[in-house]
Design a protein around this ligand. Structure first.
Ligand code: ATP
Ligand code: MG
Ligand code: MG
Length: 549
């Protein structure tokens, strides 16, 4: 296990544990709303919350913030559970904010009894106007001084479904002149006659996030409620609710910066738009920054945890470069992915000085630095494929691969020499006729230097495959800044190659196995589409950093 980097939240928790605060216990939670799939930004929050709990032998709950029926679904909730598990974390309790609807209702009645909440019958528009702005103080609602009895009665009838959506809301009675707009009598409940996945048609009113969140945290005995910076201004409300209710547990809310990743958009609302408008093939499109998308692209849980650790936890919003993410997966796969050979854009080579039925079984190591990864047989034959860009009829300067009359080594095999080029009517190279130097297997050629080494696959034994190449979905670091989404798309974000040939050992690949295709990059067998008889591989990342300028 790598040692995780320290951060300011860990320091706070360290001190709390050392001083015996909360009886030395640490309880955290990850509270997603099941209104979309999780993205890499959520992974940051997951690693933080579960990581902190694990460090202190504490607990971390997975809590669905399911207070917006209509936008939420079981499909999303199931996907979230899968994602958290796949990332390598186990929750202590699986909870739903809706588990607390009864308690939340009783607490709201308690707020009313303490004259700390009232039913407002103004329209949404009026409430917004009366709330004021940063420069204008708020104006008290004409309903602010309703009696406790009237408020209790109206609130009960709101619950009983006597009113329509928008007729009344329940508001906290705090301070309409507060400099913090969140404290200007925020809404606690609104009427919504919508079916809820878990509570059915029991409720006609649903609690607002700010009210639900602090109460749920308190009921679960959360010690440290970690959230993103946009909630900093909501903390006074969080504390106000729990102070008024005198809950035995009063969690400490601590805010940290959200993750922003260049060339991506991390917001469920925007990701939903990409899916619904068919800009991508679905939530798990390998170009998506969702956990399922990244998983399908070939990211591993280890690499995502490493990424979250490397970017750290701070109070400053900062954009993270794509190169940081890619370095994490490259490092992980460099150590762990077996090596294979694949030819993406084949040209046939015929080694004319070998007999028609020539076959020689060579032994290749699966990993250059890891002997335990073992070896595999690779069959060398008279006809092989190499990649089209490993041959140049008119070579650019310093080109070290195959050229007319030149020599190159077939990786792990012999040195060959290009004697003849065969083209079709349009001038496209169809085949290269070569000879080989039989004295170069595992040996340098005599009397000359051959610098180039190219990968190859036997034409008689190779397996046809589809290979999908991915590039960033967007053409600019912050796609949300573009005038239209359309102009921010990278037209080359996906390239599907259907005439690739891979070495026979890849035929045994199961879905979601990772490989380095030598000299090309890291690839994964597609989680959904890969079949033994029609293999499909996705490029996870190139071998080298392509962002460096
Ligand atoms: P989105 O804006 O994408 O819908 P959200 O914050 O509304 O995100 P939630 O489901 O409420 O999504 O998020 C669950 C938790 O994940 C919250 O605690 C939230 O702060 C955290 N989170 C969401 N996005 C990020 C991010 N980009 N970086 C770090 N944490 C995030
Ligand atoms: Mg949210
Ligand atoms: Mg959101």
């Amino acid at each position: 296990e790598p040692v995780e980097a320290s951060n300011f939240i860990r320091n706070i928790v360290d001190n709390d544990v050392a001083s015996g605060k909360n009886g030395g216990q640490v309880v955290t939670r990850f509270p997603p709303e099941p209104n979309g799939y999780l993205h890499i930004g959520h992974a940051k929050s997951i690693c933080l919350n579960f990581g902190i709990a694990k460090r202190y032998d504490g607990q971390c709950n997975l809590r669905f913030d399911d207070t917006n029926p209509g936008r939420e679904s079981e499909e999303y909730a199931n996907a979230i559970r899968d994602d958290v598990s796949w990332l390598g974390f186990e929750w202590n309790e699986l909870r739903h904010a809706s588990d607390y609807f009864d308690k939340l209702f009783e607490f709201a009645q308690e707020l009313i009894r303490q004259d700390k909440a009232y039913v407002d019958s103004s329209s949404a528009e009026e409430v917004r106007e009366m709330r004021g702005s940063l420069t204008e103080p708020g104006v008290p609602s004409p309903y602010r001084d309703r009696s406790v009895e009237e408020n209790l009665d109206l609130f009960q009838r709101m619950k009983d479904g006597e009113f329509d959506d928008g007729e009344h809301i329940l508001r906290a009675k705090i301070d309409m002149a507060s400099g913090n707009i969140n404290l200007r009598d925020p809404t606690l409940y609104r009427i919504r006659k919508v079916h809820h996945v878990r509570t059915g048609d029991k409720w006609s009113i649903y609690p607002m996030y700010d009210y639900t969140h602090c109460v749920s945290d308190a009921l679960e005995g959360i010690t440290h409620s970690l959230c993103t910076l946009e909630f900093e201004d909501h903390r006074p409300l969080y504390d106000w609710v729990l102070d008024v209710l005198k809950t035995p547990c009063h969690p400490q809310q601590i805010e940290f910066a959200r993750l922003s990743l260049e060339y991506t958009m991390l917001s469920k609302r925007r990701l939903i738009q990409l899916v619904e408008e068919n800009h991508v093939h679905g939530w798990d499109d390998p170009r998506m920054p969702t956990i399922v998308g990244m998983r399908r692209r070939g990211y591993t849980p280890e690499s995502l945890r490493d990424f979250c650790d490397r970017i750290g936890i701070t109070k400053n919003d900062a954009w993270i470069e794509m190169a940081v993410l890619e370095t994490c997966i490259r490092d992980h796969l460099n150590k762990n992915a077996p090596r294979r050979m694949a030819v993406l854009d084949p040209i046939k080579i015929t080694i004319t000085d070998l007999p028609e039925d020539y076959e020689e079984t060579l032994t290749f190591t699966n990993h250059p630095q890891d002997e335990a990864a073992g070896t595999r047989p690779v069959i060398f034959t008279r006809e092989v494929f190499i990649d089209r860009d490993d041959f140049a009829e008119v070579p650019p300067p310093k080109y070290q691969r195959l050229i007319p009359g030149g020599e190159v080594r077939l990786r792990g095999s012999y040195v060959i020499k290009c004697e003849e080029i065969i083209k079709d009517a349009d001038g496209k190279v169809l085949e290269l006729r070569c000879t080989h130097d039989a004295n170069t297997l595992g040996k340098k050629p005599e009397g000359r230097k051959v610098k180039g080494v190219v990968h190859w696959v036997s034409a008689t034994h190779g397996v046809p495959a589809e290979v999908r190449l991915y590039n960033p979905l967007f053409n600019r670091p912050d796609p949300t800044k573009a005038d239209t989404l359309a102009e921010a798309f990278n037209p080359e974000s996906e390239t599907i190659l259907t005439s690739c040939v891979v070495e026979p050992a890849l035929q045994q690949a199961e879905p979601e196995q990772h490989f380095q295709f030598e000299r090309i990059g890291y690839f994964v067998s597609d989680r959904s589409d890969h079949r033994t008889d029609s293999p499909v591989f996705n490029r996870t990342v190139t071998l080298r950093d392509t962002w460096a300028k």
